[in-house]
Design a protein around this ligand. Sequence first.
Ligand code: SF4
Ligand code: SF4
Length: 432
Amino acid sequence: MMERITDQQIEKGLQMLRSLQDGKLITHVNSCVHCGLCGESCLYYLANKEAKFLPAMKVDLVSSVYKRYFTFTGRVFPKLINARDLDQETTEEMVDLLFGACTMCGRCNIHCSIGVDIAFLVRTGRMMLTEMGLTPATLQSTVNAALTTGNNMGITKEEFVDTLNWLEEDLREEVNDPEASIPLNEKGKKLMYTLNPREPKFFPLSISAMAKVFYAAKESWTLSTEMYDVTNYAFFSGNPKEAKVIADRMHAEFKSLGAKELVLAECGHGDRAYRWEAPNYMKTKLDYKVYTSVELLADYIKSGRIKVDKEKIKQRVTLHDPCNLARNGGVVSEQRYVLSQTVSDFVEMTPHGIDNLCCGGGGGQLAMSEYNERRMKIGRLKADQIRNTGAQIVVTPCHNCVDQLSQLNSFYKLNVQIKTLAEIVADALIID
Ligand code: SF4
Ligand code: SF4
């Protein structure tokens, strides 16, 4: 049960909405024609078949409040246009549906008959709620960990360096070269590489995989111990000021190391938050090349800089496209090219690419444990998609998706392996 909201909180929420008023917001809050077509695109509606989970209902929550306070009819005859007060009931619904029933996957956007940017309106609602101090505590604590420790898992520098040291020893043994390294804080390298903190915490082998690829490519690269976290959960909580602090830190560390290009790790939302959203938060253009490791891996293979043998991986492989990388980030063909060169039996999910179904873990859902049951329920659609391919390995270039797919794997007994793209490339690698 949520605490009673105060007049001051209501005023703060409305102030935020007022400050966001521009041509885009006004267009999208006034466009929905209630055709219902978006319903079939949303995991929450498909898994629950309850009207409240329709994307259009999430649109309505924000637009009915907007109309109540910022239109003449809404102020004078609110009932005529279903305009709603920002009161206790509306606010509770907003928290439950905008935070707890949307992964901000954007699939509904491409299915909307008239192009309403539904995910943008969900984010607008989240920004209002965050301004009112109503961000779910679980999500806010993830943001706070990033703000106070430099990474969202609160990993200490000692822990991080220890992990990298033993990974480096393993790498030397594996490639039989005492000079092989995982460079830390080296200045003037061509690439600064980043990580999702889930890697050092839970999946260190994906760091080894990428280090092995860099070794094979004879790349000039470095990691930073000061700022390596590619994620930015303030993008999901709807707090542009906190998102800016996190993005500024990455920018400053890149500049201080004097690298030439920034390579974003396999993390859909992290890639989007830095590559496409950070210039808005930071109010500056990034004057260096920023791209994803997915594009880098494709480029290494295409250019012949690394050699791979697809006969090494005989199992059937399928691909899960992270929403923020593919649909919202435009990286679609590169992961397919890499798989076409590294595995011998690849099968697509249906649907896939920009129309792919979200895994159910995006939008900060993995951080908000209070919605775990809902998250597992909506994940059934992804589990069915995977099962229908008959694949034994699911590749996904995103550590958030790896986490959600791993949970679905055990919950729905899929009996598959979940791998990142770097891990597949490392498995197929030929090192002379
Ligand atoms: S963005 Fe995704 S989860 Fe949110 S309403 Fe649209 S389809 Fe549903
Ligand atoms: S498809 Fe678009 S216009 Fe139709 S109900 Fe959904 S949001 Fe509204």
